[in-house]
Design a protein around this ligand. Sequence first.
Ligand SMILES: Nc1ncnc2c1ncn2[C@@H]1O[C@H](COP(=O)(O)OP(=O)(O)OP(=O)(O)O)[C@@H](O)[C@H]1O
Ligand SMILES: [Mg+2]
Length: 311
Amino acid sequence: MSTFKILVTSQKGGVGKSTVSANLAAYLRRQGKSVTLIDFDTHGSSSTWLTRAPNIGVVVQHHILPLDQGGNRPILDARLHLRRAASSTEVVICDLTWTDSIAGELMFEYDLVIVPTSVSEIELAATSGFLSRHRWVFDSAIHTPPTLLVCPTRVQPEQLQSDVFSKQRFPVSFMLAPPVLEAQSAREMFERGYLMDLPDACGASFNEFGQAVCAAREMRESAHSMRQTTQARTTSPAARGAAVNRHNVLANSSTLSSQYSILGRHRMQKVRPEEMVNKSAPHMGAPESTQIASMGIPQFLKRMSMGVLNK
Ligand SMILES: Nc1ncnc2c1ncn2[C@@H]1O[C@H](COP(=O)(O)OP(=O)(O)OP(=O)(O)O)[C@@H](O)[C@H]1O
Ligand SMILES: [Mg+2]
């Protein structure tokens, strides 16, 4: 099985990239995967976290990209480190603050791009701008686009009471992860332990987020094996060419349908802006609950889109 490559990025500082990166690495390691974390940030927060916390077996690297050199250097360096790491591990997670000097093509190296964002207006606007500028990556019909997972982070209970993701503000096809809650306990875990072990709502929310990432992986792998099966069945070059074309078209629809089935199982749903309002998602039968940690997707979405939380 090929290495699953995850990029955790955003152009905004302080949204929780390093917290998500370090803790997701720990979460996946505990699921039995071999995991390498590559910290591309100068602060080195995620690598420091994993190096100083009780050893969980994640391989940690810290590389500074030559962002001031412009041109292709940053992307070439990043690609080199990523590919090297990928040759010896099942999962690679890269923690990177995006800047305009990084070529967007870098995202095609990844299977999953996680964009943490708080749900304050100012950060949502920044996230929306970032995703708009990279729409060509996530909606590409030429290359296989990475799966985009928008992760609401540092979310406070009262912030769930708005319909922030239903305002057609994200112009790309994306999946919405269950929110990771804001908590003092999360800040205190730095270098000491992992969010997944917190016995509070924040810990529960992080575990749901981890499950969502695993679901995204399953979904992508099933779409990939479906493509391979069809390709193996086509024999003549002409038929193969037609199949490749069909697959480029199908890439979106098959991914979409498998997202509905697999992610539905994990209570997550692929979201297009135009589908957000008045969309009846599958698995709507869950009983209403005021427990935030239990408000997974799509129940979470349903409530927001119906304005239930405003009442
Ligand atoms: N779920 C959370 N609850 C409470 N505090 C959090 C949570 N996630 C992150 N923080 C805090 O928010 C701050 C920024 O987090 P973090 O360093 O992970 O973000 P970042 O996006 O990597 O920042 P930078 O852009 O500086 O690299 C830190 O003080 C961190 O402890
Ligand atoms: Mg950071």
